[in-house]
Design a protein around this ligand. Structure first.
Ligand code: SF4
Length: 424
């Protein structure tokens, strides 16, 4: 049947009864339309339980008794994480270099990888970038000059347990030692996991009291470990305590959960987080291959809740240390609404020498980004100064000096320009 040109499109749905319908006045038509909008929005906002084909094959191969619903339950993911080389060998064909670390002298950084993240790893190739970032290797036993257990001297800047107060107006609050997946180059190798998971609410009290008493603290970065591995109630307790401190203007959470455990970004979690704005997330990404449909969905939920997201990426040899790889990652981040924020030179933590590039390599990558892609896709390259000097930004040299009142500048293509530097 053809519709008259002005006939309204009616959306029928079996869950909405039309029995008591009245002829629509202008007012109740608008109400009904907005009600339907809300209703449809709430349906499409529900957790979609995305699973990509690769992960589905992995699930069916290695967990034939488990369902997609199990897979999308973050507790199931944590429970079924690989925590030893033997467990990992079920899923990957390990090389000699990868097999050694689980011996009696194994390094202090524990092994834990979520099944989801294992499903992204190449089974055969030990050189696969994501695999290198999480599978332990023999090189971790090698200690290089300048490395230390606490390369940023965080413990020297810690006035009370779990607080690092280095910069004047902000603090780092280390609220847990647990991560769902451990990165092999972790700066906080000294504190993560160590046999127990979350440190518990009581352990936060000195940190919370310190922030309450220090009126200059306007920005709190919650990190660890990974804060989003804690139960919703614990996160909410922490956020509400911080939000009740009048001088705390912004709260940031540092996390890798949306990347290694996107199943954790549930609707209830997001609905809770958005009550504590202004809240920012700094998400630890390593490579564009991490940005799967699952990660996209997790980032979408967070972005739709009004949570600004920035990325933190560590420059890692053989993983992301080239211009095309880094550019791909930065572009992929913008597509999932994450703004590239920091590119870190790898900290000299004990056993991380095989991951570290030279500073020149970092500058080469920055030179290959600036001008060659959108400014939004260019992160700030920083060295976190060993000994606690804080973040020092590094830029390729575009400023070449001054001459006769002019500033001599080089553009991204290496061409020279003179800028008149006169004040009137
Ligand atoms: S997620 Fe962060 S804290 Fe956890 S292991 Fe990786 S780098 Fe360390």
């Amino acid at each position: 049947m053809e519709k008259a040109p002005n006939e309204k499109l009616s959306i029928s749905h079996p869950e909405i009864s039309s029995e008591d319908e009245e002829p629509p006045s202008k007012t109740n038509f608008i109400d009904e339309a907005s009600f339907l909008d809300e209703y449809l929005k709430s349906r499409s906002d529900r957790d979609k339980n995305t699973i990509s084909e690769r992960s589905l094959n992995f699930l069916q191969t290695f967990f034939p008794e488990s369902t997609v619903k199990d897979w999308n339950n973050w507790h199931w993911q944590i429970k079924n994480s690989a925590r030893s080389i033997e467990q990992l060998a079920r899923y990957l064909h390990l090389s000699d270099n990868e097999v050694k670390p689980d011996g009696p002298n194994s390094q202090s950084l524990p092994l834990r990888i979520s099944p989801y993240y294992i499903s992204l790893l190449d089974r055969e190739n030990p050189e696969h970038p994501l695999r290198k970032s999480v599978v332990p290797v023999f090189d971790e036993f090698l200690v290089h000059p300048g490395e230390s257990a606490d390369p940023l001297s965080e413990e020297n800047d810690s006035p009370v347990p779990n607080i690092v107060h280095r910069y004047p107006d902000r603090v780092l609050f280390l609220v847990t030692g647990f991560c769902s997946t451990y990165c092999r180059y972790c700066t906080r190798t000294r504190m993560v996991a160590k046999n127990k998971c979350h440190i518990g609410l009581k352990a936060w009290e000195p940190g919370l009291q310190y922030i309450e008493q220090h009126h200059e603290v306007r920005d709190v970065l919650i990190s660890g470990g990974d804060p989003l591995t804690m139960p919703d109630l614990h996160i909410e307790y922490l956020l509400s305590r911080l939000r009740n401190i009048p001088h705390v203007e912004i709260i940031r959470i540092g996390t890798k959960v949306p990347v290694v455990l996107p199943q954790r970004i549930t609707r209830p979690l997001v609905n809770m987080l958005k009550k504590y704005h202004p809240l920012y997330l700094s998400i630890h990404f390593t490579h564009a291959d991490e940005i799967t449909p699952e990660v996209k969905e997790a980032c979408e939920k967070l972005a739709n809740a009004g949570i600004p997201m920035g990325s933190q990426t560590v420059l890692l040899k053989g993983i992301n240390d080239s211009v095309p790889v880094m550019k791909n990652l930065m572009h992929a981040l913008l597509k999932v609404r994450v703004r590239p924020y920091y590119l870190y030179q790898c900290d000299p933590v004990v056993g991380s020498g095989h991951f570290r590039t030279t500073i020149e390599k970092g500058l080469e990558i920055m030179r290959g980004l600036r001008g060659y892609t959108s400014g939004y896709a260019v992160p700030t390259y920083v060295v976190d100064a060993p000994g606690g000097g804080g973040k020092i930004p590094l830029l390729p040299d575009y400023f070449e000096g001054c001459e006769d009142g002019y500033v001599l500048l080089k553009n991204y293509e290496g061409k020279d320009f003179r800028y008149p530097n006169f004040s009137t």
